[in-house]
Design a protein around this ligand. Structure first.
Ligand SMILES: *Cc1c(COP(=O)(O)O)cnc(C)c1O
Length: 446
């Protein structure tokens, strides 16, 4: 099959599908940022995906930097994962009873991460929600602490000054007071205390004043959901000091787990959290989440302990097979993380040079295969907080995004998201991306 070159006007099938979708689904999508609200234009309806490429309903091919928002670290339609799912499929799709694959995946996750126990759920949202209930059950305390612009899924108490789609769709409402969604009772939001990311003094002070009321501090060890933000060493040190006050430290590794290393950000940054949450890569493209950590804490989970948490489809055999195959591939390729890092470093350098040549202010934050190009004048790597990120020129980002899309490169459709590089991205993809990016910068109005 030869793929015709991308033409930005060829969106007829996507437009038709979007109209049909809007008639039957709120906003036409099942997750808000897919609707392209902040960048404009027609969201592309995707028909299939292979390697580093998406093909849309109009038969146009795009170089993909979303990777399904993180899971597709090996690229789409990886043969080992397809084979593992096929093998599981032949044995039935759901049992509602335990099976060997759950044991194998739990053994793999505990071995790679050092978590002593792990419980599988079906999404990252379920993982963080369950980890917080566990922290409250274990400590007997009600309050939790989160950081502005961090996103931990859509559970009520976590939709407080949250990042990701909430930041993207805020439409001039950045920095809105808690809660960040209608339908979250103020009484729930009141149990969530919000601080700025990378503000160790504020965290120390809060723990000093209210430590005995606080069950847990939940954080993104590398933020992906306000765009990429890196933690400062002082902030990481302050996070670990909360444990001395009997406050559990919960690293939300839903995005960073198995992405930044086989032991996620925890391994990369030498963290020592009490609990961790996973999602995305752990399911290899199927719906899986997980939470885990110290046995003493995890044994509070039902039926071992008094904290209830259950799931009809949890530990689903197809999902476990996809997750296992993904982790096996990652483990079998010791050079993989180095290659992802090298590609993304070259991408950052190329974007920086192209933006400078076109006179477009750009500030890049990057770690491993996660990267955000913020459209603002600031030294690379200097953006540290939600407030810093929010100063970006979202109209300039949208123009650049459309320029890339018109040239066949599908970037994340929001200024406040990370892009994800996969193992299927090679030198050809890097060259094509930088050509498209250079042209897109050049086409922007000064
Ligand atoms: C994606 C994400 C979640 C939510 O996971 P879902 O599977 O979308 O519910 C939670 N935390 C972080 C850090 C995420 O990136």
């Amino acid at each position: 099959m030869t793929v015709p070159p991308v033409s930005p006007s060829r969106t007829a099938r996507s437009e038709t599908l979007f109209a049909r979708a809007r008639a039957v689904t709120p906003g036409g999508v099942n997750s808000p940022v897919r609707a392209f609200r902040s960048v404009g234009g027609t969201p592309r309806f995707i028909a299939e995906a292979h390697g580093a490429y998406l093909t849309d309903a109009d038969g146009q091919r795009y170089l993909d930097y979303i990777g399904s928002w993180g899971p597709m670290i090996l690229g789409h339609d990886h043969p080992a994962i397809r084979e593992a799912i096929g093998e599981a499929l032949a044995g039935g799709t759901s049992f509602g009873a335990p099976g060997e694959r759950e044991v194998q995946l739990a053994e793999t996750v505990t071995r790679l991460t050092g978590a002593e126990r792990v419980r599988f759920v079906n999404s990252g949202t379920e993982a963080t929600m369950s980890a917080l209930r566990l922290a409250r059950g274990y400590t007997g305390r009600d309050f939790i602490v989160k950081f502005r612009g961090n996103y931990h899924g859509h559970a009520d108490g976590l939709l407080v000054e949250a990042g990701s789609g909430l930041m993207t769709n805020a439409e001039g409402n950045l920095g809105a007071a808690a809660p960040s969604s209608a339908g979250v009772p103020a009484a729930y939001a009141a149990l969530t205390l919000v601080l700025d990311y990378n503000d160790p003094a504020a965290l120390d002070q809060l723990i000093q004043e209210r430590g005995p009321d606080i069950a847990a501090v939940i954080f993104e060890p590398v933020v992906g959901n306000a765009g990429v933000l890196l933690p400062t060493p002082d902030f990481l040190a302050a996070l670990h000091r909360v444990q001395a006050a009997g406050v559990l430290l919960i690293a939300d590794e839903v995005m960073t787990g198995f992405r930044l290393s086989l032991n996620g950000a925890t391994g990369l940054l030498s963290l020592n959290p009490d609990l961790r949450c996973w999602g995305k890569i752990i399911g290899g493209g199927l719906p899986v989440g997980a939470y885990g950590g110290r046995a003493e804490v995890m044994d509070f989970v039902s039926p071992q302990g008094p904290v209830y948490q259950a799931g009809t489809l949890s530990g689903n055999p197809l999902a476990m097979a996809a997750g296992l195959a993904t982790l096996r591939e990652l483990e079998a390729d010791p050079g993989l993380y180095r290659r992802l890092d090298a590609y993304t470093a070259e991408l950052a350098a190329g974007l920086s040079a192209a933006a400078a040549a076109a006179g477009v202010p750009l500030s890049i934050n990057r770690v491993g295969s996660m990267l955000t190009a913020f459209f603002q004048e600031a030294p690379h790597g200097s953006i540290q907080t939600y407030g810093d990120a929010a100063r970006s020129d979202t109209a300039a980002f949208a123009a650049w995004f459309q320029g890339l899309l018109a040239r066949g490169v599908y970037w994340a459709p929001s200024q406040f998201e990370s892009i994800f590089v996969s193992a299927a991205h090679g030198p050809d993809e890097l060259g094509a991306t930088l050509d498209a990016a250079t042209a897109a910068f050049g086409g922007m109005q000064p």
